[in-house]
Design a protein around this ligand. Structure first.
Ligand SMILES: [Zn+2]
Length: 680
């Protein structure tokens, strides 16, 4: 209670002292229709092209002012065109508008590719003497040259033309892959109201029979996940799982095979033997072989723990099916929940009444505010594509340092997952960084406070962490090193670390209050929840290792004869102890195969770093002491101005290792052992 009161004072103080709004127009300030949207994107593309022409036209000596600064201006304009097009594609309520968004994404991406293959610009940058510049500027110039070489800029004209064509094709294929997933919302008919037994009452209330007298459950996350976790009907769970894991199939099998072929050709033309190798060349991990190595290391670390957990799931299943010898993929979520209740005396439904959406949102903002020493102020009456969108300013010691938008609830046709998306690059003295959270949490209504699953609260803080990284790292001199522009396989580490804050009884009690009584969540309940949520980490890491291996295997070699169904089945069997459900094709809706391609390892790689980072904080009070500010200064604020391997070393004073990660995975057994010792 006390800590919440303090936080409230901080937030109110910021409102009264700094009531003026930021001068930078909000993203939807002009309320564009389709033609106005297109014009804005086209204007930004034209501004980028003008800057590119200016670089090439320079006569005489190349300077940072006449070359790098102009280049950065081109980049900033291209990025802001890309951000707007992708925003429209992901969130606009009108399908025709979204379609135009997709077209503009493709157009911007073609311009980005053209710049990455522009030999005149590459030569201009390579003639630049940065030896006397500050370290960030030197790092920026050198990293851009590396990226240019990886794009194939030093290849002959015919090869560059071919690369450009392939890159445009790849963009189309990626867009189509993602669109197929969000467009293919499936429905499962409830055959008998009994099939909803076990589900929370508010869920049942929200799923009343339609005009045809039937109840349907969609494959949207807030519909499908609780159904697979709580329904007592095995047959119903199987049907929902089947619908969920056949989304975008068979359409996306063909699109995926095209992406694999296109990517392989791009790698070949650049002199790499596989896409995985090529794609790793500018990452922390550096090569495909290192990815394979990492997959094996994770496998070795997770297997013994996953095996112990499997035995517990089997014992649970045998309570109703005494001869059970195996567990199907579609049963894992449900059995996990039963074990949590029976072995850890924990029912996740006990936590939901403490997690009404509005309180959680406030709590997430207050926690971030305290941790990162910033304040937030909501802007009122800001035009948006949907009335539910909120706009907030971010301030550091009263000074505006950025802005964010929250678009938190599902709408038909909207992006179906949860993500932070950039809106504007931060460039010191020129443009404030902006970003948006696009999520799909239950929407509160007059008679329903929108109670959240605990896991969704963790996701919320995770995504908010990306947003803070974007804004705190967005105070650089250059757009090209602003925000989260470091090696792409570092981006998840800070947010994965922040998930630990949502396990702290103290942090949770500051905002998680019972929606009827106002009572803060009891520390004892959080402790039980933590033990219960530690259960299943070995299994979950095994599943992530499976997805990682699928993502790597699809892209590790020449794709001829590589069958996505075979790769998926083989890795499911190799990495997890569960029986795959025949007729599923999970890869078809595995959206990361488009964006992350072979780099899905990033999630586990960053989890290893995240747990190592977390070890540096005071676990007795996660918001106190000098570590939060040291973390902000050494890891977040540099943005992409140094290499991520240096960010890690600067904070840890060494390279990351697996120790903390291993301990984290087996925490439920460690705690058990500790309790046995305590009780003696
Ligand atoms: Zn993330």
């Amino acid at each position: 209670m006390r800590s919440l009161a303090c936080l409230t004072v901080v937030v109110f103080a910021s409102v009264s002292i700094f009531a003026q709004t930021i001068a930078q127009p909000t993203v939807w300030a002009s309320k564009p229709d389709i033609p106005a949207f297109e014009k804005t994107v086209n204007d930004r593309l034209a501004a980028a092209q003008a800057a590119i022409d200016k670089i090439v036209a320079v006569k005489g000596q190349r300077t940072i002012a006449n070359t790098l600064a102009t280049y950065d201006e081109a980049l900033r304009n291209l990025n802001s065109a890309a951000y707007l097009a992708s925003l429209v594609e992901s969130v606009h309520p009108d399908a025709a508008f979204r379609d135009r968004g997709t077209e503009m994404v493709r157009k911007v991406s073609a311009a980005q590719t053209a710049l990455s293959l522009n030999r005149d610009v590459y030569q201009a940058l390579s003639k630049l003497d940065v030896s006397k510049a500050d370290p960030a500027t030197r790092y920026y110039a050198n990293r851009q040259l590396l990226e240019f070489r990886l794009a194939g800029v030093d290849k002959d004209d015919a090869t560059r033309a071919q690369l450009k064509k392939l890159s445009d094709e790849l963009t189309d294929e990626q867009s189509m892959y993602e669109r197929n997933i969000s467009d293919d919302q499936k429905k499962v008919e409830v055959n008998d109201p009994k099939e909803l037994e076990g589900l929370p009452q508010d869920y049942i209330d929200r799923h009343k029979p339609g005009p045809d007298g039937k109840i349907y459950i969609t494959t949207n996350y807030p519909d499908a996940f609780p159904a697979m976790k709580f329904s007592k009907s095995e047959d119903f769970r199987r049907r929902v799982y089947l619908a969920f894991d056949t989304r975008a199939y068979p359409k996306n099998k063909e699109v995926l095979e095209k992406m694999m072929a296109t990517r392989y050709q791009i790698a070949q033309l650049n002199g790499y033997s596989s896409w995985a190798d090529y794609n790793a060349a500018d990452k922390m991990i550096k090569s495909g072989a290192n990815i394979a190595d990492f997959i094996q290391k994770v496998h070795d670390a997770a297997s013994p723990i996953a095996k112990r957990e499997l035995e517990m799931l089997l014992a649970e299943k045998r309570k109703t099916d005494p001869n059970a010898k195996e567990i199907g993929d579609h049963e894992v979520s449900y059995l996990n929940e039963l074990v949590r209740r029976s072995q850890f005396n924990f029912d996740s439904q006990l936590v939901r009444p403490y997690l009404p959406f509005a309180e959680v949102r406030k709590g997430i903002l207050d926690t971030a505010s305290t941790l990162f020493h910033v304040t937030f102020q909501q802007e009122q009456n800001v035009p948006s594509w949907d009335p539910a969108v909120e706009t907030w300013d971010v301030r550091d010691n009263g000074k505006a340092i950025g802005r964010f938008y929250l678009d938190m609830h599902p709408r038909p046709g909207k992006f179906t997952h949860a993500e932070m998306s950039a809106i504007a690059d931060g460039v010191r003295g020129k443009q404030l960084p902006e970003a948006i959270l696009i999520c799909n949490f239950p929407k509160p209504t007059a008679d329903d406070p929108g109670l959240m699953e605990y896991g969704d609260v963790v996701v919320f803080f995770h995504e908010f962490g990306h947003l803070m990284h974007w804004i705190l790292g967005g105070q650089q001199q250059w757009a090209g090193i602003s925000g989260i522009t470091m090696e792409a396989d570092f981006g998840e580490a800070p947010s994965q670390m922040l998930e630990e804050w949502m396990h702290s009884p103290q942090v949770l009690a500051s905002f998680a209050k019972h929606y009827k009584t106002g009572e803060p969540i009891p520390a004892e309940l959080v402790a039980r929840m933590n033990r219960a949520s530690a259960f299943g980490r070995g299994i979950s890491v095994s599943q992530q290792d499976e997805y990682t291996a699928i993502s790597y295997d699809l892209y590790k070699s020449k794709p001829d004869g590589v069958d996505p169904d075979e790769v998926t089945l083989r890795n499911a069997q190799a990495h997890t102890p569960f029986t795959p459900l025949p007729e599923t094709h999970m890869y078809a809706a595995f959206g990361h195969l488009a964006g992350y391609s072979s780099a899905y390892y990033t999630y586990l790689w960053d989890k290893v770093i995240a747990e190592d980072f977390f070890g540096q904080f005071d676990h007795a009070n996660l918001l106190a002491g000098p570590t939060p500010m040291r973390y902000r200064h050494t890891v977040l604020e540099p943005g992409g101005s140094v290499s991520a391997n240096d960010l890690v070393k600067n904070f840890l004073s060494r390279e990351q290792n697996m120790n903390a990660f291993q301990k984290w995975m087996g925490e439920e057994f460690e705690n058990q052992a500790a309790e046995v010792v305590d009780s003696k």
